[in-house]
Write a new protein. Sequence first.
Length: 233
Amino acid sequence: MPKTKVVRNSHAASSRQLNTAVVFFPLDSLKLHEKGLPKYFEAIRREILADGFLKYPVIADKNSHVILDGAHRWLALKSLGYQQIPALLVDVNQKPGVRVGTRRIQRYNGNGNSRIPIQDVISAGLKGQLMEPRTTRHFFPFSKFQLINCPLSRLEQGRPKDVSHFLANASEEKSGAILTDWLNEISEEISFLAQRKEEVEKEYSELQLRVESLKGSDCASKRRNARKPVSEH
């Protein structure tokens, strides 16, 4: 097991509940399961350089060290020569475990036909047979937005590395189409959640009115009973 060091983060409590922690992990000990998208890789690389820190850790399986979320962050740091990366290591076999789909909406609709076995993801990473960009969507039983704002100065920088062999051979047009579809997926999810929120709020309001009406009926019944004369025996 590579040497690690715990990273302080703003979601330490949730990490403890998962029996995990965000750690500084040797970057080259992690493995991709999907190719990077060149256009998006460049956007992430520029963002990290401009910020001077990494906002979120990557998420990887603690047994195989295959990256489940944050591939482009890993690629960006590797291209810049950094030797460590903040990582949240999780056991994919833990219950509830990590689920994998092909569209974000599958997080909610339970469409089993479009799910991908998590072991297929692990196998792709271990064999180096990388899937195409945006093949998988990982659904975690926790929030992946564990803000750490880790300064790049803590990640031991060396020589920049060539990561072109990890990137898909995608034209500017194809990359743009993939990113547009990604945005559409998120819009689809937002619309679904807005509709569900409206339905749940309606159910709540109707139930609240019924509960209040029952309270009113109980009070009226008590008042009627209080006015009844007491029978003499």
